[in-house]
Design a protein around this ligand. Structure first.
Ligand SMILES: NC(=O)c1ccc[n+]([C@@H]2O[C@H](COP(=O)([O-])OP(=O)(O)OC[C@H]3O[C@@H](n4cnc5c(N)ncnc54)[C@H](OP(=O)(O)O)[C@@H]3O)[C@@H](O)[C@H]2O)c1
Length: 273
């Protein structure tokens, strides 16, 4: 049985691949750039572009289960090719699919639910711990981070936990037609996160609060689109309740407690020094 992982070179996808390899699965990884994929040796790396479903035909050959991202990296919008992708997967003999939520229910989710496939939604309504990498440069160079609100709360999730849940669902029975809300094990403010990084690298760190106008200017300079800027500013002013609510799902499915931010920081220590 071959398992196809899309988004395999991404923050989450690399963990899906690693966990599946560790479980002894035969893994095929999809990427638009096989030459730079840098995945484990035992993984078969194949080309595929999710906005061009016909390009997936060779990748789907012999596949019985797949992990599917639901967004297009080019514009960070929901993939519009869901119906074609799901139809090709069914035709190829795929029986099971995990769908990684990108913040809204899009055409991929709709097509999977209407298909004959056993689908499972993986829904993290919280930020990924890997977002903290955005702070690495200013921590290394100045010992500071700049942002809108140091008290904004988050039940952030370790990407490896999404990988573990995806691998478990793909390898085990009993998860069909379920939607899993995935979060980390604790609620942390930005100040708490900074304390964890500070303790790990042994250096005092400072939070510099920006005005909304300064934060908008910073994001514009980084090339972020206006609608995304509005979303981020709105989130910090009034975060949705589900972004700071802890769910026990990771432990229920994997049998292991969800990884903490302290663990993530220890694993990523060298990025901050
Ligand atoms: N960051 C957060 O806080 C957060 C929170 C909740 C949900 N999410 C959602 O989680 C999802 C995964 O995030 P991530 O951080 O793992 O993503 P990521 O690191 O940006 O990785 C994106 C992956 O998707 C692949 N990809 C993108 N567009 C593609 C296309 N058109 N065809 C084929 N492959 C494509 C890329 O592969 P190649 O470049 O190798 O082709 C890459 O492996 C996103 O939808 C994101 O919105 C993120």
């Amino acid at each position: 049985m071959t398992i196809l992982v899309t988004g395999a070179t991404g923050n989450v996808g690399r963990h899906v691949v690693d966990q599946l390899v560790r479980s002894g699965a035969r893994v095929r990884a999809l990427t638009r750039n096989p030459a730079t994929a840098n995945l484990p040796q035992s993984v078969e790396v194949v080309y595929g572009e999710l906005t061009d479903p016909q390009s997936l035909v060779p990748a789907l050959e012999g596949v019985t289960a797949m992990h599917l991202i639901t967004f297009n990296g080019a514009d960070s919008a929901p993939l519009q090719t869901g119906a074609e992708i799901i139809a090709l997967a069914e035709k190829a003999g795929v029986r099971k699919v995990t769908l990684l939520w990108s913040g809204e229910r899009g055409p991929v989710e709709a097509a999977a639910e209407e298909s004959g496939l056993e689908w499972t939604h993986l829904q993290p309504p919280v930020e990924f711990m890997s977002n903290a990498r955005e702070w690495a440069e200013s921590i290394r160079s100045e010992g500071v981070i700049r942002g809108l609100n140091r008290e904004v709360l988050s039940a952030m999730i370790h990407e490896a936990d999404i990988g573990s849940v995806a691998a478990t669902v793909l390898m085990e029975d009993g998860h069909a037609f379920k939607s899993y809300t995935l979060t980390g094990p604790e609620v942390l403010s930005v100040s708490d996160k900074l304390r964890h990084i500070s303790a790990e690298i042994g250096r005092e760190l400072e939070f510099i609060e920006l005005t909304e106008a300064e934060e908008r200017a910073k994001m514009r300079q980084a090339g972020i689109q206006e609608d995304v800027i509005d979303y981020v500013v709105g989130w910090h002013a009034n975060p949705p309740k589900e972004s700071y609510q802890v769910w026990p799902t990771v432990e229920q499915i994997t049998g292991r407690p969800a990884r903490t931010f302290a663990q993530w920081v220890a694993e990523n220590r060298e990025k901050f020094i």
